[in-house]
Design a protein around this ligand. Structure first.
Ligand code: PLP
Length: 394
């Protein structure tokens, strides 16, 4: 099928819930993808910050093939080795003691929200409220749109799920002012992804940790976008000098197969007991085998150091572009989670990049979100910068 044929078919039968660019991708390799008409693009979006190891990484393809020859789905009423080994590896790699496996970011956050409420009820103090922050993004289910600090995602779906209060981001006093006797947790992204690659200083997170300790609140980190090497360390919290009590993962954990995870430290994790939560596909043998391969590659092949080096190269290149294109007001981010804030809408720039063979994204209206796979080469970073230069000049 051609691009035009696929687009016509999709537009006829799918709910029109997404604003899509007019191309259908059929194949990818490394940082390169091809559309149905055979045109190549440099992928600096990683399919919504998911394919951190690029497309068709041999270790991922091998894990899929090997597991497909064994068994794809094991019921959670039985045990499976990939699931057990993945949970062990995630615990070894993080502050967590227990892992709940699911299928997406929103589900990982749902699990964290349920855990926080169960913890509050188990305490007996009637605490259930979760403070989240403005411009956050936590997913599209009913509970996660209530957690998301953006009114626009809730419009039309009222009544909103109760139990969430919002504070300004990067503002400790705002969180303190939002506390109530019912507060049980504070939930934040270490860097706001959808919110425009907003990177508070570590002191904000030190303050949040201290505040949570003082008021016996759970600190929940949504690392769905920042985790799995994206910011140059396995998890973004490692660069902040604190640990959260609960963390959620998805996106890069499966490098393209749908998997999410919620991790918690020991005394808290104990409250999610038998029968309290579950998922048919959660921790599926195939997705867990792939996530194990992702962890292997991230841990062993110098990917994180490469990500940090390529991130520095990309940000330096964007700073240089900003001198010639004053439309670039600020360059932000860590590792390869990079944003360039413009003084005008970013959508037309993204379109001009696409026309020149580069896929990037615009978020928060004016922020170009540039999130190539962590394995992108220096030459490909330079190629992306050159295309962006042309798009900004046009
Ligand atoms: N949390 C964050 C920080 C995200 O960036 C996203 C997705 O963009 C989600 C949660 C929701 O994840 P999913 O789309 O897999 O449900």
């Amino acid at each position: 099928m051609t691009n035009a044929e696929i687009i016509a078919l999709a537009d006829r039968y799918l709910f029109p819930t997404y604003a899509r660019a007019p191309l259908a991708l059929v194949r990818g390799a490394g940082a390169r993808v091809w559309d149905a008409d055979g045109r190549a693009y440099l992928d600096c979006f990683s399919s919504t910050v998911v394919t951190n190891l690029g497309h068709q990484h041999p270790a991922i393809t091998r894990a899929i093939e090997t597991q497909a020859r064994l068994i794809l789905q094991v019921s959670n009423l039985h045990y499976s080795e990939p699931q057990a080994r993945l949970a062990e590896r995630l615990v070894q790699r993080s502050f967590g003691d227990r892992v709940f496996l699911c299928n997406s970011g929103a589900e990982a956050n749902e699990a964290a929200i349920k855990l926080a409420r169960k913890y509050g009820h188990a305490e007996g103090g009637g605490r259930y409220e979760i403070i989240t922050v403005l411009n956050s993004f936590h997913g599209r289910t009913l509970a996660t749109i209530a957690a998301t600090g953006q009114e626009k995602v809730r419009v039309g779906f009222e009544p909103a799920q109760q139990g969430f209060r919002y504070a300004a981001y990067d503002d400790l006093a705002a969180v303190e002012a939002t506390l109530s006797p019912r507060t049980i947790a504070v939930m934040v992204e270490p860097i706001q992804g959808e919110g425009g690659i907003v990177t508070p200083a570590p002191e904000y997170f030190h303050g949040l940790r201290a505040l949570c300790d003082r008021h016996r609140l759970l600190l929940i980190f949504d690392e769905i976008q920042t985790g799995m090497g994206r910011t140059g360390t396995f998890f973004a919290y490692e660069q902040l000098g604190i640990t959260p009590d609960v963390m959620t993962l998805a996106k890069g954990l499966g490098n393209g197969v749908p998997i999410g995870a919620m991790l918690a430290a020991a005394p808290i994790a104990g409250v999610l007991d038998k029968g309290s939560h579950g998922s048919t596909f959660g921790g599926n043998a195939l997705t867990c085998a792939v996530a194990l391969a992702v962890l292997d590659v991230l841990g062993e092949e110098g990917v994180l150091a490469h990500c940090r080096a390529m991130g520095a190269r990309l940000r330096a290149g964007l700073q240089a572009l900003a001198i010639r294109h004053p439309i670039i007001r600020a360059v932000r981010g860590r590792g390869l989670l990079v944003g360039a804030e413009l003084s005008e809408l970013g959508g037309p720039v993204v379109e001009r990049c696409l026309a020149r063979g580069l896929i990037i994204n615009c978020t928060a209206n004016t922020v170009l979100r540039i999130t190539p796979p962590l394995i992108i080469s220096a030459e490909e970073i330079d190629e992306a910068l050159a295309i962006l230069d042309g798009a900004l000049t046009a």
